[in-house]
Design a protein around this ligand. Structure first.
Ligand code: NI
Ligand code: MN
Length: 235
């Protein structure tokens, strides 16, 4: 059974199995790269790596895409404990708070919460807990969503899990850039690697073709550069 990974621009992704629609870091309103709107995207599970405005879809008026989508779809939201409490306070009904190193079984498989080197203040100033990433196990495959992160050597430990694919930021400035993402691929050793968190705005513009060339020449992974709305089929 194929897994479909769809890029919605920036750090926003959908992962579809035959029966389930997993949405990661829903940022649609104000996302100039988004291929769909918060009103139409489908989800039964939402994974949130951290609560920055460009991951919860902060609209600037105290409302958030993630809250709207969770209420409309009744999706189950999974995130770090403190950010989960914040979502509950904003009226999201089905939320599970977890923490680093924990694994949660879900209808499609499981998610494991991983370390990310970043920050996690919520848009209204609330403390959001640690920033995170996820290893998603679905349809017999393991995919690592790094979230917003710098390079860290413990990526080697995450790679020991044996990853079918890794989704890594390459935009620089707020996360790893191209050079460090190549070092990350060497530590993670995924079969496939997909870049994100770039080209949304001028400060994080990157040459993804040059990145893909480096991946092919310097690592054992196969790069897959998507454009927003494009799907990568992981067989
Ligand atoms: Ni962030
Ligand atoms: Mn971000």
């Amino acid at each position: 059974m194929a897994l479909k990974l769809i890029w919605h621009g920036h750090g926003t992704w959908s992962l579809h199995t035959e029966d389930h629609k997993i949405l990661i870091d829903p940022f649609f309103s104000g996302n100039p790269a988004a291929d769909v709107s918060a009103d139409e995207v489908e989800a039964d599970t939402i994974l949130l790596t951290h609560g920055h405005g460009d991951h919860v879809g902060a609209k600037g008026d105290g409302t958030y895409d993630i809250v709207d989508i969770a209420k409309r779809t009744k999706a189950h939201v999974v995130t770090i404990y403190e950010t989960a409490n914040w979502l509950s306070a904003h009226g999201v009904e089905e939320v599970t708070g977890m923490n680093l190193g924990g694994t949660l079984k879900l209808p499609f498989g499981s998610v494991k919460m991983t370390l990310a080197l970043h920050s996690n203040g919520l848009p209204d100033g609330t403390y959001g807990g640690m920033p995170t990433g996820f290893v998603v196990e679905a349809a017999g495959r393991k995919i690592y969503f790094a979230g917003d992160t710098a390079l860290f050597s413990d990526m080697k430990l995450i790679g020991d899990i044996v990853l079918d694919a890794a989704v890594l930021p390459i935009g620089d400035l707020f996360t790893m850039g191209i050079e460090d993402s190549i070092r990350a691929v060497k530590l993670l050793q995924p079969k496939h690697v997909v870049p994100g968190h770039f080209n949304t705005w001028p400060p994080i513009e990157q040459d993804a073709t040059a990145w893909a060339s480096k991946v092919r020449h310097e690592t054992n992974a196969t790069p897959h550069v998507l454009t927003p709305g494009q799907t990568f089929d992981l067989h």
